[in-house]
Ligand binder design. Structure first.
Ligand SMILES: [Zn+2]
Ligand SMILES: [Zn+2]
Length: 331
């Protein structure tokens, strides 16, 4: 597919989509219902609908019943760990295989024209972005995700928090499910701002930022403390009355959804000259520029605090002005 109809490349080969990033219109006042209607399909498709489907499959088919979950035992805990590992291998693997190994679409829609595995980099274990990503993802990332999942399921099964049923509380559970992706972004924003505090950045978050040109295995390439913070949003289900399916959905938004911002391509070509939007651009800019787009545009906090970058030259200018102001203040 010809990506020049959708954006442009600079002299260094960096590709930028022609449509600037926006924040969700649900936060504008007075409400612009036309804009909200145009935004809604992208809120659901493709990712949140997919994660709801995977969560439902995992809860119904690949999670033991409450009687088993009541008692912690290695058998089912390792089963949960295994199924999460398999999900990541398949889901992350699809992007890695098609876009980075087979390179099915070359550099079409690729923000950074370079493929990280083509160069060795001293910043990484074994001088390889992929090797470090794999080690951190399977070494501590999925274990942290699994530990939260086990904790939440165990607490639900023992009746220590309310387990609402879909037949008696459908309205609340549907509403809660609808806002969970936004809650995930809100929680991620707070955690992410915290670990950009210089001392925490240096010892914890810089691990993740070593991937300046992120690829799928960068997604959970994090320090273990960042993993613990990142997945902690699921604890809301122990505070707000909920249902285990929604907790698993939230973990899929975080665990499987982490790959979304690290695909490195704006669109993934499918069949018949069609392409799917990846929604990767906002977080790609965060990896490129470090201090913009702490969350994606679903919540307005980056805009409110002046850290929103829409990907355009005007966005560059705003960012540069902010950096100059800060440097002047520091003298
Ligand atoms: Zn990232
Ligand atoms: Zn960051």
């Amino acid at each position: 597919m010809d990506d020049s109809a959708y954006g442009s490349r600079d002299k260094r080969g960096n590709w930028t989509p022609k449509d600037p990033l926006t924040t969700a219109p649900i936060w504008s006042f007075p409400p612009d219902f036309g804009a909200i209607l145009r935004w809604l399909p992208g809120y659901f498709l493709p990712w949140n609908v997919l994660f709801m489907a995977t969560a439902t499959l995992f809860w119904v088919v690949f999670t033991p019943g409450p009687e088993t979950l009541k008692t912690l035992s290695w058998g089912w805990i390792l089963g949960i760990l295994a199924r999460n590992c398999i999900a990541v291998v398949i889901f992350y693997g699809i992007f890695e295989l098609r876009l980075y190994i087979q390179r099915k679409q070359g550099t079409a829609f690729k923000y950074n024209p370079k493929f990280p595995q083509d160069t060795e980099n001293d910043a990484f274990m074994f001088r390889s972005q992929n090797a470090e990503g794999l080690i951190r993802t399977f070494g501590t990332g999925i274990p942290a995700w699994t530990a939260y999942e086990v904790l939440v399921l165990w607490v639900f099964a023992n009746g220590w928090v309310p387990w609402l049923s879909w037949s008696t509380n459908p309205v609340w559970l549907v509403c809660f499910g609808l806002i969970l992706p936004l809650f995930h972004q809100f929680h991620f924003y707070l955690v992410h701002r915290l670990i950009h505090v210089p001392v925490l950045y240096r010892y914890i978050h810089s691990v993740h930022h070593n991937s300046v040109n992120p690829s799928p295995w960068s997604s959970l390439s994090m320090h273990p403390i960042e993993h613990i913070l990142y997945f902690s949003g699921v604890l809301i289900h122990l505070i707000v009355p909920s249902n285990p399916l929604l907790a698993i959905y939230q973990l899929h938004i975080a665990g499987l959804g982490a790959v979304v911002g690290h695909i490195g391509f704006d669109k993934m070509e499918t069949v018949d000259e069609k392409a799917m939007n990846t929604h990767a651009f906002a977080h790609y800019l965060h990896h490129k520029y470090f201090e913009v787009n702490y969350a994606d545009g679903g919540i307005p906090l980056d805009r409110m605090f002046g850290t929103f970058h829409d990907g355009t030259k005007a966005g560059d200018a705003l960012m540069d002005a902010r950096t100059a102001r800060r440097n002047a203040k520091r003298g």
